[in-house]
Design a protein around this ligand. Structure first.
Ligand code: SF4
Length: 423
């Protein structure tokens, strides 16, 4: 993602932009979430499931599991710039530096007995020990490999959904396939949870996920205003509850408060970046360890990065409380990363229009090919079709050894200058 993270910790990302007041509320509910998970794992009163970012979190929550998202933990490792030192530890046990740096930094941190949660949330000593690991390969194979490592290490069951990929149109056959795979998880989960699935509770959970997703969409769409009231860098932090608290009332309440604040900014004509003159679409993963410098770089160029594939990937319009399992299957399949290039191009083209974008930046993340869309000619095709220029920057989500700060800065400055001249 990845669909992955949503670091949900605000410390990285303060300078050069106006503080969003709802961030305080977000910090509170994220803190409650992490302490709740810790309590579940240490007291044994609630079973703990680990879930991939667009795995069946609604099902797990409805069955009473406390849910931990390793990709969120890995994003926090990246945002706190701890990740790069953890990666070699996983490399030493056979996980290549070429594969997902979320995987390698998270496993490396586990092997070193370190978590950034300890510093942010005193009293939390480790990530919560799971009772079950549940993946969905809709984003990539790495998540299954990642969870399988923990399954062996901790002797915990690992179950999941194997999703089709590169889909142009999501058909009934695709949905039936994934819905059946979701149903097949239920007996194992019931045995671990020690209780039967309550369909009414699942309906309520899916309905809450739908409400959360609608609000998150409206939050992101406030950036259609000129000037945009929030940036991509705000979004990567503010999406934390949409990632880890999907299907809960807390997430819904938070996004209502955030939306009201951003709508007020739009009414007042307040932009996230002063003197916004250039509007950028970001495709691909954030560089978690560089959120702040990137945010400052663009703000200094009177440029707002205001829409992205990444933040928008947590919009799931198909969730439907009346048809929970099929609608979950459909929502998980409609994800951008699951789709064909021709779908992705149609989607990005519509985003360029909706947000009145001047240029696209594609992040080619070294260790995440699934979420790097610049490798098979897409920037050239999109520029030809839309007339909107693109720039590819090389980097990575978590492995800062793959990031050249000087080159990134020079290339972005030249690109923005080119866009200004073309206006
Ligand atoms: S490879 Fe990419 S999509 Fe897969 S888990 Fe890692 S960051 Fe996410």
């Amino acid at each position: 993602m990845s669909l992955d993270g949503g670091a949900g910790m605000a410390e990285e990302n303060k300078a050069a932009r106006k503080k969003i007041r709802a961030t305080d509320l977000m910090n509170k509910i994220m803190s409650d979430y992490f302490y709740g998970l810790n309590e579940a794992a240490t007291s044994g009163k609630q079973k703990v499931a680990w879930c991939t970012s667009v795995g069946p979190a609604e099902l797990l929550r409805a069955m009473g599991f406390a849910v931990h998202f390793p990709e969120n933990h890995a994003a926090i490792l990246g945002a706190t710039r701890m990740a790069t030192d953890m990666i070699p530890v996983a490399n030493a046990v056979g996980y290549s530096p070429e594969i997902c740096s979320y995987l390698t930094s998270d496993i490396g941190a586990y092997l070193k007995g370190i978590t950034p949660l300890s510093k942010a949330y005193p009293g939390i000593e480790s990530i919560p020990k799971p009772d079950v690991l549940v993946f969905n390969t809709n984003q990539c194979r790495d998540v299954q490999d990642w969870f399988s490592w923990y399954a062996r290490e901790l002797d915990v069951p690992c179950i999941g959904i194997t999703s089709p990929k590169s889909i142009n149109e999501v058909t009934d056959a695709h949905i039936t396939d994934v819905a059946r795979q979701i149903e097949a998880l239920i007996p194992t989960l019931e045995a671990i949870a020690g209780q039967k699935l309550d369909m009414e509770r699942l309906r309520e959970t899916v309905a809450l996920s739908r409400e959360c997703t609608e609000l998150w969409k409206q939050v992101l769409e406030t950036a259609t205003a000129t000037p945009a009231p929030l940036t991509f860098y705000d979004g990567t932090i503010l999406m934390g509850p949409a990632v880890v608290l999907r299907g809960t009332r807390q997430a819904v309440d938070f996004y209502k408060a955030l939306l009201a604040e951003l709508e007020q900014r739009v009414t007042d004509g307040v932009g996230a970046v002063e003197n916004e003159t250039v509007r950028i679409y970001w495709d691909g993963m954030p560089v978690w360890g560089r959120l702040r410098p990137h945010s400052e770089l663009f703000a200094g160029l009177n440029t707002t990065v205001l829409a992205s594939t990444y933040c928008s990937s947590w919009i799931f319009p198909s969730f439907d409380g009346d048809d929970p399992i099929r609608s979950m299957a459909k929502a998980y399949l409609e994800l951008f990363i699951v789709r064909s290039d021709s779908y992705k191009e149609r989607y990005i083209t519509s985003m360029l229009k909706k947000f009145r974008i001047d240029g696209i930046i594609y992040h080619d993340a070294k260790t995440c090919p699934c979420n790097s869309n610049s490798r098979y000619g897409m920037p050239q095709r999109l520029e030809e079709q839309t007339g909107i220029p693109g720039l590819v920057i090389s980097g990575d989500l978590n492995d800062l050894r793959c990031v050249s700060d000087e080159q990134t800065k020079t290339n972005i400055e030249a690109f923005i200058e080119q866009l200004e001249e073309g206006k």
